[in-house]
Design a protein around this ligand. Structure first.
Ligand code: HEC
Ligand code: HEC
Length: 310
């Protein structure tokens, strides 16, 4: 073996070692990146409250009902199982379901699946959410057909409903407002879907924009949902910012009573898991809502027809 050859061999060895190290760093940053994606997806999953409707005994495996004035919905299995879940879905299929309310076969979803809110999610949040869902344990719970009143039982009807009441598209920040307000708006409108319960609907199930967050007598499961606009008389305008944050972070109302019914679940599976910064943004946004005078004590009284909104 001549000298030159040896020199080359040692150089090659150094190169190989170097490549090995680089390769190692390379794969380390890949796992770091995919951990970040997983954590990001998990955060979106909780902030968006996907658990509540789809989970009884196993994450996203279905088995619960969503009772509405239009009938009973059975939110399907959305675990990564191929036959009964969404295991065969591509990322594009998933994004289309949330953004446009369309199944991979092009069928229209009912807005009981709140894609009317989720459509505002950023592309990044949807992609991270997809990646996270695909890591959940599989379930082979079969999908159960919904039990809806005619004509709502006709799924193609939803095409007309969507044409009138649904505007798909990502959240657009308001440049006039602070970063915190915009983050709060995003958390409320795109992820937390707070308005799905707190905003009353007309008899076609469309949200009444003039009563945004002003409460309703007939929320999910028929419960009354309070007015959370900062109206002093009929909303939560007399709560201080600190009291509002305490409620969102612990469920404790200023009068010492803890949140009940479906809100206790929203808090436990969603709001209480938000970062301190995000809770602040929620508070800032809620306190800046236009106050709406909507007295539910009067509206929800039996035999009073004022619950019918003009
Ligand atoms: C308020 C209840 C509710 C919440 C919250 C909810 N879903 Fe659903 N979801 C439903 C209902 C009801 C359907 C069935 C819709 C239909 O049949 O038209 C559904 C359908 C779906 C489907 C379609 C499954 C299929 O087989 O076609 C997916 C995927 C899905 N949801 C994922 C999610 C994700 C992800 C979240 C959180 C971002 C979420 N859901 C939050 C009620 C809900
Ligand atoms: C599934 C329906 C539902 C969703 C989604 C929901 N809420 Fe609620 N919320 C309720 C109900 C019902 C109550 C009344 C709870 C009770 O009786 O203690 C309530 C109570 C509240 C209250 C206390 C008002 C009061 O006068 O006691 C606040 C504040 C609130 N919600 C904020 C939010 C925010 C912010 C979101 C979104 C992150 C949200 N809610 C999402 C149903 C919902």
């Amino acid at each position: 073996m001549n000298k030159l050859h040896v020199a080359w061999r040692s150089r090659l060895n150094t190169l190989a070692a170097l490549l090995g190290v680089l390769g190692c760093i390379g794969s380390m940053s890949v796992t770091l990146a995919s951990n970040d994606l997983h954590e990001h997806g998990r955060y979106v999953f909780y902030a968006a409250g996907c658990i509540s409707c789809h989970t009884r005994d196993q994450l996203m495996a279905g088995g619960r009902t969503v009772v509405t004035p239009f009938g009973t919905f059975y939110p399907p299995n959305a675990t990564p199982q191929r036959e009964y879940g969404i295991g065969g879905w591509s990322e594009e299929d998933f994004v289309r379901a949330l953004r446009e309310g369309l199944s991979p076969q092009g069928e229209h979803y009912y807005p009981a699946f709140p894609y009317t809110s989720y459509t505002r999610m950023t592309q990044q949040d949807m992609q991270a959410l997809y990646a996270y869902l695909m890591t959940l344990p599989e379930s082979s719970r079969a999908i159960q057909p919904h039990n809806l009143q005619w004509p709502f039982s006709l799924r193609p009807m939803m095409a007309y409903w969507k044409a009138r009441h649904f505007s798909p598209g990502e959240f657009v920040a308001d440049p006039e407002k602070s970063t915190q307000w915009n983050r709060g708006a995003y958390l409320v409108e795109a992820l937390g879907h707070c308005g799905e319960c707190h905003t009353p609907r007309d008899n076609m199930g469309a949200s009444l924009r003039g009563y945004y967050m002003a409460g309703t007598c007939v929320g999910p499961e028929g419960v009354r949902v309070p007015n959370i606009t900062p109206d002093r008389e009929t909303g939560i305008g007399d709560w201080t910012y600190e009291q509002l944050l305490t409620y969102l972070g612990t469920g404790r109302r200023p009068d010492g009573v803890f949140a009940g019914s479906v809100m206790a679940e929203v808090l436990g599976t969603s709001s209480m898991r938000l970062t301190r910064d995000d809770l602040h943004s929620l508070g800032v946004y809620l306190q800046a809502l236009p106050p709406v005078d909507n007295d539910l004590d009067t509206r929800c009284a039996p035999f009073d027809d004022s619950f019918i909104y003009e």
